[in-house]
Design a protein around this ligand. Structure first.
Ligand code: ZN
Length: 403
């Protein structure tokens, strides 16, 4: 193992856009940046990587994933979707509830090489048997305020939000009441509320007024009947108004929660995502989602600029997590947390959750992820699958997505 990592020839994203000047970075064994500049002299015992003009941004954050592997029936391992694909920070979005949070902390968060956070499910059992036993199946008895608040209080460093799945298949007759309960928990604990939207009821029209600055709508660009933002001008206006007061719109692609048509419509009418996330779990890992870089490339193709895409996966999600967005991230003495990537010209057919096709001509391909003293040369499963012309493997069952 080398004492130093020397990264040569990268173009850093500074002030939201890429610099035109190539720089080198030297990272010490302690995971701190030691030198930043041009033509840094390599110390003895250093691993040297020439990235030949690749871009460099803060480490990518995937704000909506499922990584409580072994304790829920849908979760992946952090290793499968983390640094290997350019992601240095993974947020588990509601897989754990108060009753099983300790396992998440001990066996996932404390062992992963990525930085890990959790949005705690308001249902005590979390997503143990995700598509079979709703975490709100017992109605009001599914939520235990006392225990949930205690778990949050004991795990402030890990729990950065409250998650509620506001789809009829989950909520049963609780309807929008579950969002109000979750909002109450979020207010008491001073955390943001993350609301999954999908099959109504509850209606987005009833959910949006409950949300405040910093709260998040995930699956914001879904194409579900009665639950999407495109089909009713009133709902679209309400969503725009929510965004203008600071409600965060997150993509949360998922198996059935992202529509190219809805995203195109929203972008055309001035409503862009604030955060881009995958909702990766075992039913969409083999397509249509595959991985984080594939999702980013879809948004780039749909009309977002590279600068906007990078903002949506670096600065914006860190603000949701109440993490410091360090302006001096490229200054010696700072902990290393970077993703290096290239934008490759391609001709790939990709699909959304509705089975709609999109021709991708530019692919955001991660090259290297560095977090402290750990680093990994990256790859993209989506890139490999789409390049070989493979069709996504849609899960055989036709159940609505409930993640
Ligand atoms: Zn999910």
């Amino acid at each position: 193992m080398s004492d130093y990592l020397l990264i040569r020839n990268v173009l850093p994203f500074k002030n939201k856009s890429a610099s035109k000047e190539l720089i080198d970075l030297l990272i010490g064994q302690d995971g701190l940046l030691e030198q930043v500049g041009s033509k840094i002299k390599a110390p003895t015992n250093s691993k040297k990587l020439d990235l030949k003009g690749a871009y460099l941004s803060r480490g990518w954050v995937d704000l909506h994933t499922h990584i409580y592997h072994g304790a829920t029936d849908i979760s992946l391992l952090p290793d499968q979707i983390g640094m290997q694909t350019g992601v240095t920070c993974l947020v588990d979005c509601g897989s754990a509830g108060e009753a099983n949070f300790e396992g998440f902390k001990r066996y996932i968060a404390e062992t992963a090489q990525e930085k890990i956070f959790s949005f705690l499910n308001i249902g005590s059992i979390g997503l143990v048997a995700c598509n079979r036993v709703s975490e709100l199946a017992l109605g009001y008895r599914s939520v235990d305020f006392d225990r949930t608040l205690k778990v949050i209080e004991s795990n402030r460093s890990l729990i950065r939000g409250i998650k509620v799945r506001a789809s009829q298949v989950i909520t049963g007759d609780l309807g929008v009441e579950c969002v109000r309960l979750a909002k109450k928990l979020a207010r008491i604990s001073e955390l943001p509320l993350i609301v999954h939207v999908g099959e109504p009821p509850p209606l987005l029209d009833d959910i949006l007024p409950v949300l405040e600055k910093g709260d998040v709508i995930t699956h914001a660009f879904n194409g579900k009947a009665g639950g999407n933002i495109m089909e009713d001008p009133h709902t679209f206006a309400l969503t725009k108004e929510a965004k203008s007061r600071g409600v965060v719109l997150d993509v949360g692609h998922g198996k059935s929660s992202f529509s190219f048509e809805v995203a195109k419509f929203a972008l055309k009418h001035g409503l862009s995502p604030d955060v881009i996330s995958t909702d990766l779990h075992s039913h969409n890992y083999q397509g249509p989602v595959y991985d984080f870089p594939t999702t980013l490339s879809k948004l780039l193709t749909l009309g977002m600029s590279l600068e906007e895409v990078i903002e949506c996966v670096t600065t914006s999600p860190r603000l949701v997590l109440s993490e410091t967005v360090n302006e001096n991230w490229l200054v010696p003495g700072q902990p290393a947390d970077f993703t290096a990537f290239t934008v490759e010209s391609v001709k790939f057919k990709a699909f959304d959750s509705m089975g709609t096709e999109l021709l991708i001509r530019e692919f955001i391909l991660p090259q290297l992820a560095v977090l402290g003293a750990k680093w990994e040369q990256c790859q993209s499963r989506g890139w490999e699958q789409l390049a070989s012309g493979n069709q996504p493997l849609f899960a055989p069952e036709s159940s609505p997505e409930m993640m």
